[in-house]
Design a binder for this molecule. Structure first.
Ligand code: DAH
Length: 348
């Protein structure tokens, strides 16, 4: 019995010194298996209890359990210590120095044309207009015929078109959407829309691009008069280009309006005194407009005896050029970052 007790305390001392010597969690686990595992050295003493005298059993069993508990709690302490060390090591290794300068995030900015389009849309939506769109690949019917421009009409020469087939072309004007909007309105009820979009003509110089952008306006209702057109365009031009500008309505010709006007605005660069921008005239042409031609109303299903309307169209590129002092329209379509970069300061 004495001998067994000595054996147990020797095993315990050995185990504890191995626990002490362990340098990581894996080694601790090996100690656990060696002494406390199913085939462990202390466990095997418990197994052999059958061969002991009955009075020895509780004494030896008690000693083994004591030793087990002590070894076990030392292993646990060791494990905790290693876990803490491991956590501290990770925290140290993985710290991020948030004071280091970051890599620069390149941020784009809104294209000047999109700025203009959004501004025009906001203005007209605030006045109760809808924003509508139409296809860029358009039919001759909508681009010309339904706008009172039958085949062979001399005014077709005003616009150099890209025809794809004899029936299809790249639309030369957003006016095509006028006809589409009227035709799509089955009840033939009042209309108040603007249509911004891309347009195409066979042009290419500093002030003309083969692809450019227009916005069209169309209002149809009972008792619409020239006064409505004038008031609307005044609000439009003054909001976009300057509150104190004067407008001048110059009689002109468009096949889809009668009467028709070209609208000039007093030069916002020189105030009307004459400069290089207005070519010394004091005025700059900004819009085409007029009262919707009765033929156009009729052709698109509206009764000209019941309804009247006005329409207008303008180049968005020109508006952007005026507003931002851009001298070459092609800059708007080349996507040169050095050019586009300059507009991000408008967001700051
Ligand atoms: N579509 C014409 C153009 O591209 C501009 C225009 C003039 C539009 C008169 C209109 C209008 O709606 O009434 O030159």
């Amino acid at each position: 019995m004495e001998e067994k007790i000595n054996e147990i305390s020797k095993l315990k001392e050995e185990a504890l010194s191995e626990v002490n010597a362990a340098t990581n969690a894996k080694e601790l686990d090996e100690v656990r298996v060696k002494y406390l595992g199913k085939k462990g050295e202390l466990t095997s003493i418990l197994r052999s209890m059958g061969s002991l005298a009955p009075e020895e059993r509780p004494v030896i069993g008690g000693k083994v359990n004591e030793a087990r508990d002590e070894i076990d709690s030392n292993i646990k302490l060791g494990e905790e210590k290693f876990a803490k060390e491991e956590l501290a090591r990770k925290l140290k290794e993985e710290t991020i120095d948030i004071t280091l300068p970051s890599t620069k995030v390149k941020r784009g900015s809104k294209h000047p044309l999109n700025r203009i389009i959004e501004e025009v849309e906001d203005l007209f939506v605030s006045m109760g207009y809808d924003v509508v769109t139409g296809p860029e690949l358009e039919t001759d019917e909508y681009c010309f015929e339904r706008l009172n421009l039958p085949k062979g009409h001399p005014a077709r020469d005003m616009q150099d078109s890209f025809y794809i087939t004899s029936e299809y072309l790249l639309r030369t004007q957003t006016s095509a959407v006028q006809a589409r909007t009227m035709m799509a309105n089955e009840e033939k009820s009042p209309i108040r829309v603007i249509c911004p979009g891309k347009t195409y003509r066979r042009d290419d110089d500093a002030t003309h691009s083969h692809q450019f952008s227009q916005v069209e306006g169309l209002v149809i209702d009972k008792n619409i008069s020239l006064a409505d057109l004038k008031g609307t365009l005044e609000v439009f031009v003054r909001k976009m280009l300057g509150e104190n500008l004067e407008l001048r309505f110059r009689p002109s010709y468009f096949p889809f309006t009668e009467p028709s006007y070209e609208v000039d605005v007093s030069c916002f660069k020189c105030g009307g005194k004459g400069c290089n921008l207005c070519k010394q005239t004091g005025w700059i042409e900004v819009l085409g407009s007029g009262m919707v031609h009765p033929n156009v109303l009729k052709m698109n299903g509206y009764d000209p005896d019941k309804y009247t309307g006005f329409a207008f169209g303008t180049g968005l590129d020109r508006l952007a050029m005026f507003k931002y002092g851009i001298t070459d329209i092609r800059l708007l379509y080349q996507n040169d970052v050095r050019f586009l970069n300059q507009f991000d300061r408008l967001d700051r």
